[in-house]
Structures are given as C-alpha cells and as structure tokens.
Design a protein around this ligand. Structure first.
Ligand code: HEM
Length: 412
C-alpha cells in the first residue's frame, strides 16, 4: 500500500496544539501582573535577586499568606503564577547554596504552587516553559522583538547574564518557527505522496535549524561563563538525581512524602523532540529515557504534538522508498543541520560547564580570592546537567544517534 492510500485523510495543524504561526511554542504576550489578591506573591517574585543576596528570602516566604489559586482564571494568569511561584521555589531552596538546602517547602508556597501546576498539567518546579516561553516582555511595545528590546518578567540571581541566557534561548525558539510551520506540510506531503512538497518543506526546515544554531552563537555575546557556572546554574537545579538533595523535597500540605523533580533545562524545549520524531531519529537506553522524561516537563499540548508527529506515517521510510535524489538530499540536509546544532551545543556546554568546572577544582585547591564566584559553584553539579543528566556522554550519544539516521537511497 502506498503512503497516499494509507493516510490521505489525516490532517495536522499547529493550532490544535496551541502553537502559533508567529510565535511557535512561545507564549503570546505573557502577563506581567496578577490580580491584586496575589500581590504578596508578586512582591516577592519580582525582587528575588535582592532577597536572595540579603538572605531574606526564606523568612519573607515564611511570612507570606496562604492564598487560594481559585481567583486565577485564564491560561496566561496561570502561567505567570507558575513562573512566579517556580522562581520563588528555586530561590527558597538554593538561597544558601548546595550545602544548606531545605527538606520542606512551606505550605503557603507549596500548596498553591501544586494547585496551579495541576491545573496547567505541569510539574511543580521551574521549567523551560516558565523561564523562557512565558518570561518575556518588550521594553518598548512599538519596537521589534529583538534582544535589545526584550526583558524578563521574573529574574533570578545572575544580572545581565541571566537575561542573556533566557533571551538567547528565546531567540532560538523564534528561529525555529519556519521549521515548525513546515512540519504540517511534511506530514500532509507524506500522507498524500507529494514528493516535491515534502522536499521543499524539508529544505525550509534545514534552513530554520541552521538559523537556530546562529541564534545559539549569541550566547557567547550575552552570557559570561563564570556568572553562568558560579551563580545562575544552581538556581535551575532540581531535586532528582542531585546529590545535594538526595531525598527530594517535601511539598508541605500536599504530601508528607518527599518528591523528586528535575531542574530546568532546554532539553524541555519541544523543538528538538519534534525534529527527532519527524526525522525518525531514535535515542536509546539511558539518554532516550531522560529525553522522554523531559516531555513530562512541557505544556501538555506541546507534548501531544510530539506524540502525534511520532504516530504519523514515517518520513524516513517515505524518503527511503521514493528513491528521489532531491528528496533524499533535503532530508539529509535536515539531519546535517541538526547534527551541527548538537555539535555547537556540545562546544557551548564545554565553555559554560566543563572548563569552569575544571577551573573551580583548581581554584579550590589554590584558595585564591580571584574568581571566588567560580570556586563557590556547586560541586555536586560539576558532572551533571541541571536536568540531572551526566552531561558530556549523554550529549555526545544524542549527537551520534542523530548522525546515524541517514536513510540510503534505494536504487532498485
Ligand atoms: C549556556 C547555554 C547552555 C548550556 C550550558 C546548556 C547545557 C545543557 C546540558 C548540561 C544539557 C544536558 C541535559 C541536562 O541535564 O540539563 C543540555 C541539554 C540540552 N540542551 Fe542545552 N544548554 C545551553 C543552552 C541551550 C539552548 C539555548 C538550547 C536551545 C533550545 C539548548 C537545547 C538543549 C537540548 C535540546 C538538550 C537535550 C539534548 C539534545 O537533544 O541534544 N541548550 N543542555
């Protein structure tokens, strides 16, 4: 049976996953304020760096009233509440560094955070969908969506490097939009057997992935490695597979048992998950399990989109069976660009984690005052990502599995 006969009636549209043609997975016009009832949350969430620096955050949180989440109505309100309570939770847990964490998140924070998370179908921890997708505003609404005109709604410690880290990641999401728009074209083309349309859509996807790598390069301009490693990173860390919090965290008033959640990571961006499923790239064993688990840290509609792409008739088999040189080349170009993205990302991880980690070990031995910031960085995270993975072997395996996917043109 041909591909066209199998599935020509199925449709695939971005709208059904709340993915827009102009902003992709990025939340449209995130709210910057909640109804006045929630002012006690926002009074804290909008001043986290100062409160952490003065070591006042934990006591401020303990004095916060217990508020009900029932006056939050719209999706955008809930997303702001999740962002604000998530960033407050990270600051509460990590305020005193890796050696003085807490076992319990107090009820006045834990309970509403749990309720908001349940309503959104998200885990009660700070995730990519908070930090990046729902955490932006334009400085001047008349001016364009570019980094000079973008600011964060909620900040963690890390100053301009923190803004750069989240905003450059937002620009990577933005660069991927043409690729997202082409996914339905690929799906339709595969179902209907339109080789030319599929080849054209794949070319657009490869160009868009190339632009994502270009956007990634801006990290070096906006983010200082010592600030990322020594300050920012700990606030993104979770309480799963983290030796600093081996037993997880008790959400008081929710359950007496501690719970474990991975920290924020762009592995929770839906982009590469979509491309892997579309291109038929499989990640096996431990790395694959980690990536699959990261799908529980995405808005449920976006996870659904990834699942639906994976259940679509296989593009990889289509390319293999059609024996069309142009189609094959377009497919291979996508794989090459995705490999390039992962290669560049590995170099970046080396610059922002591996090298500062080596330097931190040395500085701890020498006890120099210079670069104290790096020396004080969490030792438990030297070999681990904030999501809890053992970094380099994981990332290189994922990159190699990308390279290996090439279907050979069937000449018979
Ligand atoms: C300074 C910048 C960055 C650093 C240091 C960094 C670090 C890491 C680390 C350590 C991991 C391993 C998973 C974990 O435990 O968290 C990871 C995974 C990942 N990161 Fe990044 N990351 C950075 C920026 C980005 C950006 C801007 C993107 C773009 C969306 C991105 C996309 C990914 C993806 C997709 C994965 C999963 C592995 C894969 O599919 O190849 N990262 N990152």
């Amino acid at each position: 049976m041909s591909f066209a006969e199998k599935d020509s009636t199925r449709t695939f549209s971005l709208d059904s996953y709340y993915v827009s043609e102009d902003l992709g997975f990025i939340l449209h016009e995130p709210m910057t304020e909640l109804p006045s009832y929630y002012q006690p949350w926002m009074d804290i969430a909008l001043h986290l760096p100062e409160l952490v620096l003065s070591h006042e955050l934990r006591s401020r949180v303990s004095r916060m009233p217990l508020l009900s989440s029932q006056y939050l109505h719209s999706h955008r309100e809930l997303r702001l509440a999740h962002l604000a309570l998530g960033a407050t939770t990270m600051s509460y847990v990590w305020q005193e560094g890796e050696h003085h964490t807490v076992k319990v998140l107090p009820q006045n924070l834990a309970l509403p955070y749990w309720e908001v998370s349940e309503r959104l179908g998200l885990p009660p921890i700070f995730i990519h969908a908070d930090a990046v997708l729902a955490n932006w505003k334009k400085r001047d609404s008349e001016k364009p969506f570019d980094i000079a005109n973008l600011d964060l709604v909620v900040r963690l410690p890390g100053g301009e490097s923190l803004r750069g880290f989240f905003m450059v990641t937002l620009l990577v999401e933005l660069a991927a939009i043409p690729a997202l728009k082409s996914i339905p074209k690929v799906c339709r083309g595969v179902s209907s057997g339109y080789i030319v349309d599929v080849a054209q859509a794949l070319q657009d996807i490869s160009k868009s992935i190339h632009d994502m790598t270009e956007a990634l390069k801006l990290m070096h301009v906006y983010v200082e490695p010592s600030v990322f490693y020594g300050i920012i990173r700990i606030y993104l860390s979770g309480w799963k597979d983290n030796p600093s919090m081996p037993n997880g965290l008790i959400y008081e008033g929710v359950s007496p048992e501690p719970m474990e959640f991975s920290g924020g990571s762009a592995a929770q961006s839906s982009l590469l998950h979509c491309f892997d499923e579309l291109l038929g790239i499989k990640h096996e064993a431990k790395g694959g399990a980690f990536l699959t688990r990261m799908r529980d840290y995405m808005p449920p509609a976006h996870t659904q989109m990834i699942k639906d792409i994976s259940s679509w008739p296989s593009l990889r088999c289509f390319v293999h069976e059609q024996c069309d040189e142009e189609l094959n080349q377009a497919y291979q170009l996508c794989v090459t660009e995705l490999t390039e993205f992962r290669n560049y990302h590995i170099n970046m991880v080396s610059r922002y984690i591996t090298i500062p980690a080596a330097r931190a070990r040395q500085l701890r031995l020498e006890k120099t005052t210079e670069e104290e910031m790096i020396a004080k960085a969490p030792t438990a995270l030297e070999e681990r990502g904030t999501g809890g993975s053992s970094i380099m072997s994981f990332l290189k395996t994922v990159r190699d599995e990308t390279k290996q996917v090439f279907p050979t043109v069937n000449k018979n």
